[in-house]
Ligand binder design. Structure first.
Ligand code: MV4
Length: 496
């Protein structure tokens, strides 16, 4: 393996280029017409245009990606996350073309992609699953018998599902038939398969996932990530470790995740998702057979580089993780910065990045796929960057994230930066009292506070920056603190 083609874009493509270079591998970027000037393209050693902006004709085209690998002389493909990362047929096509697939065996992707198949395999491997059916339901009469024996509330789920599509909560028998019909038709639309099954509905759980890593001889876990802060199945903030996971619980969940990976012959980096209920019991939900967006928080507290480990394992090398017990050190938090407008129901927005000053300083990591001059369009995911901090404990990590968010200046497109700042100041969040419904209960956090004024002040500050950078010095505040919004912006600008 000498030259790796990265079948992705944005921050994860740049993240993989960096790992390739540290592993002394060459990196080949691919890009759609919309991404010609993106940072991942410039960072790579070679760049291949693969088509128009539409993902179906570029990043989702197996044919064009394999052709790009041929013309660039790449001998391996890293899929990143999203796009084709969990498409077993893509992994097979890569291997059939004589290239190294930097990911798990296609059979492991396939086994985990079918939710009822995964449940059967997990049950056989002794991994705790949510009580319920392990086979798709055939008719409403059978469904009501199963629901009665599970006990209400129950959840109807798509067998081919994932990501929350084709899911319905059913509180009483009279609602069951309707829920089966609507979940089934939603599943047919989303996955081309109307099969559904039933599970006990777990109320107000946390979403906690375990990172696993497997090479040819060992399968290890790298602890948990707390991912409960989400809205409509889009995670917004993740942390490691979780306030809800003791050392004993970590070892139990870790052992379950390792057993889950072993049961499907896993190799490489993967993640087992669990629901952790308030009474401390946990249930396997699904396994993500890819590198995940939130992998950096695990990297920070375990001192590992998960993408480099993926590259090592794909080359047939052993993982560079010491054997013996591993422990998280300190605390890491990630905020996903998206081009979504809090003043407009968090709808994706577009625009040109006119000015960008990323945060820096001790314990701060900025994983971004955009730079000044880039256009943010509606063709791709709205995530612009990930801001990750590390500190010795959770309280200091939150303080550091607040500081880093205050340093961040991004002008040209509306973002959820203000939401993250409000969350970091929130008392319930600071106490660690979160579950998957947290944001549903807190519309106050989703509301923008005076966003219009903030934007004009930020634009003015950015314009003033160009003229004043050389001469400006921080002013001496009479009362020991910044007196106004102008003062705060001036101080932020002067930091650079
Ligand atoms: C559940 C559940 C409660 N009880 N299953 C949502 C996506 C899919 N991967 C599984 N999901 C859920 N399954 C039972 N039996 C609640 C959810 C759920 C959820 C899970 C993880 C993260 C965010 C979520 C948001 C809403 C519902």
């Amino acid at each position: 393996m000498k030259r790796v083609l990265i079948a992705n874009r944005g921050e994860i493509a740049l993240r993989i280029v960096r790992a390739c270079h540290e592993e002394e591998l060459e990196a080949v970027a691919v890009h759609s017409a919309a991404d010609r000037t993106s940072p991942h393209v410039r960072a790579a050693d070679f760049a291949v245009p693969i088509g128009p902006p539409s993902p179906a004709e570029s990043y989702l085209s197996i044919e064009r990606l394999l052709e790009a690998a041929r013309t660039s002389g790449a001998d391996a493909i890293h899929p990143g996350y999203g796009f084709l990362a969990e498409r077993a047929a893509f992994a097979e096509a890569v291997e059939a073309a004589g290239l190294v697939w930097i990911g798990p065996p296609p059979a492991a992707i396939r086994a985990m992609g079918d939710k009822t198949e995964a449940r059967r395999r997990m049950e056989a491997a002794g991994v705790p699953i949510v009580p319920g059916a392990v086979a798709p339901l055939t008719d409403a009469v059978a469904a009501s018998t199963v629901a009665g024996s599970i006990g209400y509330p129950v959840m109807v789920k798509a067998a081919a599902g994932g990501g929350g599509k084709g899911m319905r909560v059913v509180h009483e028998p009279s609602e069951l038939e309707m829920a089966l019909a609507t979940a089934g038709s939603e599943a047919l639309k989303a996955f081309g398969d109307a099969s559904v099954y039933l599970e006990k509905y777990i109320e107000c759980p946390r979403h906690v996932e375990i990172q696993v890593l497997a090479d040819d001889t060992r399968t290890v876990h790298l602890g948990e990530r707390e991912c409960s802060i989400q809205r409509r199945h889009q995670k917004l903030v993740e942390e490691a470790p979780s306030v809800a996971v003791s050392e004993t619980k970590r070892e139990r969940m870790g052992a379950a995740a390792v057993a889950a990976a072993a049961a499907v012959g896993y190799r490489g980096a993967g993640t087992c998702e669990f629901l952790l209920s308030a009474d401390g019991s946990f249930y396997f939900l699904e396994m993500n057979t890819r590198i995940q967006v939130e992998h950096p928080v695990t990297e920070m507290v375990y001192g590992v580089d998960l993408v480099r480990e993926q590259l090592r394992i794909a080359r047939g090398l052993p993982m560079s993780i010491a054997s013996g017990p591993l422990r998280p050190r300190g605390w890491a938090i990630e905020c996903r910065l998206t081009s979504e407008d809090p003043a407009n129901g968090f709808l994706p927005t577009t625009g040109r990045i006119e000015y960008l000053r990323p945060p820096a300083g001790p314990g701060v990591r900025w994983d971004s796929g955009v730079e000044v001059g880039n256009d943010v369009t509606l063709h791709y995911d709205s995530m612009l960057a990930k801001l990750i901090v590390w500190a010795p404990d959770r309280a200091q990590a939150i303080a550091r994230m607040e500081r880093a968010l205050a340093e961040l200046v991004l002008v040209g497109v509306a973002t959820n930066q203000g939401f993250h700042a409000r969350l970091m100041r929130d008392e319930a969040f600071r106490r660690g009292e979160v579950d998957i419904q947290f944001l549903d209960r807190r519309p106050d956090l989703m509301q923008a506070g005076g966003s219009h004024a903030d934007v004009s002040v930020a634009v003015a500050a950015a314009l003033a920056e160009d003229a004043a950078r050389r001469s400006r010095r921080p002013s001496i505040a009479a009362d020991g603190g910044p007196a106004s919004e102008w003062g705060r912006h001036a101080r932020r600008e002067a930091l650079q």
